[in-house]
Design a protein around this ligand. Sequence first.
Ligand code: APR
Length: 239
Amino acid sequence: MFDSIQEKIRGAGKIVFVTGAGISQESGIPTFRGKDGFWGKYDPMQLATIDAFYENPKLVWEWYEERRKNILMAQPNAGHTAIARLGRYKDVIVLTQNIDGLHQKAGSKNVLELHGSIIRIKCTHCSFSDDMEAGFDVLPPKCRCGHMLRPDVVWFGEALPQDIWREAIMHAQSCDVMVIVGTSLVVSPANSLPLYAKQNGAVLVEVNPEKTVMSSEMDLSVRQTSASALPKMVELFES
Ligand code: APR
């Protein structure tokens, strides 16, 4: 599967993974756009926005509470675990668009959450922020300061945390191999990371059962799910 670039992977100093919803699909968390993308009565593009939150905070919170329940029960799958194991052999950085914390749960140490975390909650007014794993009785929940709390995620219409984004670009520009896993690469600015890597001469590998808008840029496209493909990458070091 990785034969054509196995020497590049074995010889790499730094490997950067850019991951999206697809890597968590085999943990039971639906994607947004793939063929299995299904959020029932909710349309993420309508609800994951700052305007929707202030127009109807209760509805947006109902959607996030449903996702939080699902995500807090989810376990990392063989794809997450493989990336964590690779960290024993190489300098591995994970730049994830996911907000589910499954890379960290699998043991990955260097994870940048480009779109925040659904487990972390912050105040819309004061500086309060904390991981909250329990559900809320009343929606929208209120901070001690009296203002509404919100998930610490990046909504459409909001900028990514600038320090995290700058660090992500630095990693993309300094890696030998970039592995793009389970993302449709349609949401910016995360979808520019492969271009930074390519400009720096990195080898680009895509792991996705479906073609993406950037498949033609890849040195290797593995048309498999992440849980089946990524353990094979670890075998290059453990066989
Ligand atoms: N293994 C690997 N890839 C998979 C799997 C799997 N088991 N199942 C689905 N995929 C692929 C799909 O083919 C699709 O290309 O994962 C990709 C998921 O794409 P999206 O649903 O668009 O998710 P993502 O790219 O992470 O979305 C980016 O959009 O809604 C916003 O903020 C949200 O972070 C999200 C961003």
